[in-house]
Design a protein around this ligand. Sequence first.
Ligand SMILES: *[C@@H]1O[C@H](CO)[C@@H](O)[C@H](O)[C@H]1NC(C)=O
Ligand SMILES: *[C@@H]1O[C@H](CO)[C@@H](O)[C@H](O)[C@H]1NC(C)=O
Length: 263
Amino acid sequence: MVTSAPANQRARQAIRDTWGGEVEVTGLRVMTLFIVGVPSDPALGKLLIVEARERGDLIQGRFLDTYSNLTLKSLSMLGWVRRFCPQAHFMAKVDDDVLFNPSALLHFLNKSRNPYEHGDLYLGRVHIRVAPNRDPDSKHYLPAGAYSPSVFPDYCSGTAYVLSRSALLKISLAATASALSTPLPPEDVFVGICARAAGVLPSHCPLFSGGPAVPYGRCCYQAMVSVHKVAPRDMLRYWADLQASPACSWLSIRASLGLCKVR
Ligand SMILES: *[C@@H]1O[C@H](CO)[C@@H](O)[C@H](O)[C@H]1NC(C)=O
Ligand SMILES: *[C@@H]1O[C@H](CO)[C@@H](O)[C@H](O)[C@H]1NC(C)=O
């Protein structure tokens, strides 16, 4: 599920032309859908209808698509997947400026345990003991009236995270039951709060980049599950290079992951 802004048509197309175009990875079916809200500009709304007809991969939630409403986007996403994807073992929430790598994810899941046997999985780059922003001038301002504890529960960075079906059901139910304060906490924090309420713990995976950009390196990108801040043009370029090159050896992947981390 790619959370996308209505105006980011180029980002969506780059995703369809790269990782989102994958329909089968090592024999398992994958599907990429985009979720948007309602744009304030009606002309943009018409373009979305055309895009949805042509592509059949857009979901639109009933809320105004603004930065402060991103949490509502995740809420609709959870509800939609809960309702319409009962056959999906996992859902990945991915931002539209992320180069995601379904095959690296499946490789990781397969290596860590039998993907069909485990229960709750909430996987990504885990942020630990983050304090709410109490600066009224910040766009992330969260007054104590809206959220009183001095730290958030640990949560996965919203750039990309993965939920197993059972974790998704629990978190989605907790989200529906939670009282929505205004302003809402950031999207990823909100999911973390609902996960805590549902008794689901986040698991950290260093192959998710989280917030910072990662300089391009072929072997590093082959192994990473998600890389943030990739412009549409770069996504096409990197993906073409990744597809054209042979698989990196275990040793060169170790070496380049180390290098990417340092950079
Ligand atoms: C969020 O969406 C709701 C429902 O469309 C809308 O009433 C509200 O103004 C939006 N909030 C912001 C801050 O954009
Ligand atoms: C999982 O690993 C096994 C061997 O350990 C392999 O046979 C199988 O193809 C892998 N499945 C995926 C989806 O990577």
